[in-house]
Write a protein that binds this ligand. Structure first.
Ligand SMILES: Nc1ncnc2c1ncn2[C@@H]1O[C@H](COP(=O)(O)OP(=O)(O)O)[C@@H](O)[C@H]1O
Ligand SMILES: [Mg+2]
Length: 227
């Protein structure tokens, strides 16, 4: 079964008296376990698309089916539950809570996902991303690459079916960017979760197995890459 199916998804944002047409009818199917990047210039609609797919926002028109469930028309509360159950996010700017340690940041994600506190599980998630020695450090005591690893552990601790990373390497140097991508690729292979990235970084494009190119809110190319 497909993890994700989009049919003619349109997104309009109000802009004063006018509106911006950010997605102009996007149709796409993603199979479970894919490692896919949305590529395209700034303003092409990548973040808008990831937000809709990740149940952070809703389409203005069209059909979105996530893991067999229709997303369109759900209440905000139902959308939040679906997101908590199925989606892990890795944000470009990491979005870690500065006063919490790495471990506490990951534990909080479990709690926000409606799961019981589980220190051992949170620790294991950090061990899995190579941070066994940094459990008790706060974000400002970690490098950018390490912070992004905490963000990955936080996204994966709930074992989501879908992991979404919006420009995951944008705030990393090329060495840390490559390491973080190799880590996500490994987790993709080991866990079978589906990973969706947005990027305009060639480093990312060389490490995924499908590239979907967007321009002005439309898909202009869809290429499978064997690796
Ligand atoms: N909240 C918003 N309100 C109004 N316009 C928006 C909003 N978010 C994005 N847009 C517009 O939608 C288009 C697509 O933006 P975005 O999805 O952020 O593209 P990308 O992530 O590829 O840079 C752009 O024209 C952008 O200005
Ligand atoms: Mg963006």
């Amino acid at each position: 079964m497909s993890i994700l199916s989009l049919q003619n998804v349109v997104k309009r944002y109000p802009m004063g008296q006018n509106e911006v047409l950010a997605l102009k009818g996007v149709s796409l199917t993603v199979e479970s376990g894919e490692l896919l990047a949305f590529a395209g210039p700034s303003g092409s609609g990548k973040t808008t698309l990831l937000n809709i797919v990740g149940c952070l926002d809703q389409a203005s028109e069209g059909e979105v089916i996530l893991d067999g469930q229709r997303v369109q028309g759900l209440s905000a509360a139902a959308l939040g539950l679906l997101r908590a159950e199925k989606v892990g996010f890795v944000f470009q700017s990491f979005n870690l809570i500065p006063v919490l340690s790495a471990l506490e940041n990951v534990e909080l994600a479990l709690r926000l996902g409606g799961q019981p506190p589980d220190r051992a599980r949170a620790e294991q998630a950090l061990v899995d991303v190579g941070l066994a020695d940094q459990l008790h450090r706060r974000p400002n005591q970690l490098s950018g690459g390490q912070q992004q690893r905490v963000a990955i552990a936080r996204a994966l601790v709930k074992a989501p079916k879908l992991v979404i990373a919006d420009e995951p390497t944008a705030n990393l140097d090329s060495v840390n960017g490559a390491a973080v991508l190799d880590l996500m690729r490994k987790l993709n292979e080991e866990r079978g979760a589906t990973f969706l990235f947005s990027t305009h970084d060639n480093l990312v494009l060389s490490r995924v197995n499908r590239v979907v190119r967007l321009r002005d809110g439309e898909i202009v190319a869809d290429e499978r890459v064997s690796r």
